[in-house]
Design a protein around this ligand. Structure first.
Ligand code: V47
Ligand code: SF4
Length: 359
């Protein structure tokens, strides 16, 4: 059924939108997996990357209150919290003490706090850098960057340069959700639109900040919306080459305003595989185990993914919305999952430099 696409892929041709739709509509999950796995093998051999990292969400207080987000709270609402910089540093000390293998990355994202000043974020970065000079700081989605540029009255370029000077190394891929205006208006009317998200990423890439990209799927979007989202990312990557990895984020419905269902295992695998095939200019596709669950993310390594994220330690966004995985994995657990998928585990740093290949 997918003969036309197979031929194009084997002659190194790019897929177009109608072929991407054909892939999403295909029920031949094995054929899809095989095509995606072949592409991954060309880019990454049998290597599967993981990182020793720690997530920190400085606050869940957010003025946006997206309808798919069970993590955020309004100021003063029960369950709202805000961390001091000392509390953030303490979390990092806890994550680094007594460790045979050093922590390589801290991933920081949070809500848009109504009162925090831009200087607070700069201070946060520089104090983390002072205390932990070797840990890379991956922080702030394009949504947070837009907000910081508003509260600081700086341009995006100036905002990013100040953050970089204070210690920002790379940016995560969150906040992209789904670019379709129609869907975005229903899901997150307060959030920056897709064009703005792409514009901020382009500026980051142009000043040498690598970023990730993501897509939230499995809620009210159509296949066409997913395809359109992937092609917008592919176009930007053609221009900048600034994206390191793409992460499909499986929607979790619990405690959210829009409700709905968990994505199915088949949809998870299909979305990984089709993303791998469309995003031919991305080196890495991440099977984020927190959202896919440990076992589906392991199987996703046979469907085009070459990265499983990392140790995480504490996770609030998915767990608030009914995440079914744990919140932490040990180095040896990640290695075990990857090896049992028949792949070679590779410990990486935040920039995909190899720390150790584990044979
Ligand atoms: O931007 C919010 C999503 C994102 C829900 O770059 C939800 O390496 C599912 O972007 N169900 C944050 N998803 C997570 C993120 C991320 C995670 C891991 C690695 C990287 C990376 C980035 O989580 C948000 C939003 O898109 N999200 N609520 C929910 N109910
Ligand atoms: Fe705020 Fe981000 Fe949650 Fe939206 S997804 S409500 S911007 S924390």
């Amino acid at each position: 059924m997918l003969e036309n696409i197979k031929e194009k892929l084997s002659s190194g041709e790019r897929l177009n939108k109608s072929e991407a739709i054909q892939l999403f509509n295909s029920d031949d999950i094995f054929e899809l997996g095989m095509l995606a796995a072949n592409m991954t093998a060309r880019y990454n051999g049998s290597r599967v990357y993981f990182i020793l990292n720690r997530h920190i969400n400085p606050t869940n207080i957010c003025i946006n209150r997206c309808k798919f987000c069970a993590f955020s709270r309004s100021k003063g609402q029960e369950g709202s919290y805000e961390l001091t910089i000392d509390e953030i540093i303490d979390k990092l000390y806890d994550a680094t003490s007594d460790r045979k293998y050093p922590l390589r990355e801290v991933h920081i994202v949070g809500g848009l706090h109504p009162d925090w000043q831009f200087e607070y974020y700069l201070d946060m970065l520089s104090k983390i850098k002072q205390s932990f000079p070797v840990i890379a700081i991956k922080a702030f989605t394009a949504v947070e960057i837009d907000y910081m540029s508003k509260i600081s009255r700086l341009s995006i370029n100036e905002t990013l340069l100040s953050l970089k000077k204070s210690g920002l190394d790379i940016m995560p891929g969150g906040g992209a959700e789904i670019f379709s205006k129609k869907i975005r208006d229903k899901l997150c009317p307060e959030k920056i639109d897709g064009e703005r998200w792409l514009e901020i990423m382009e500026i980051a890439h142009n000043i040498g900040i690598k970023t990730n990209a993501s897509m939230l799927y499995g809620h009210i979007e159509s296949i066409e919306d997913r395809v359109d989202h992937l092609f917008k990312l592919r176009d930007l990557q053609d221009r900048t080459r600034g994206f390191q990895a793409f992460i499909p984020l499986a929607y979790h419905p619990k405690n959210t305003e829009i409700g709905g269902f968990y994505s199915s295992g088949i949809d998870d695998l299909k979305t990984i595989a089709v993303s791998r095939l469309i995003l031919d200019n991305f080196t890495h596709i991440k099977a984020y185990w927190i959202m896919l669950g440990e076992k589906t993310s392991q199987v996703a390594l046979l469907f085009g993914a070459d990265d499983i994220d990392g140790t995480i330690i504490e996770e609030k966004i998915t767990s608030s919305a009914g995440g079914m995985s744990g919140q932490a994995m040990k180095r040896e657990d990640l290695i075990y999952l990857i090896k049992k998928a028949g792949k070679m585990p590779v410990e990486r740093d935040a920039f995909y430099n190899v720390i150790e290949e584990i044979n």
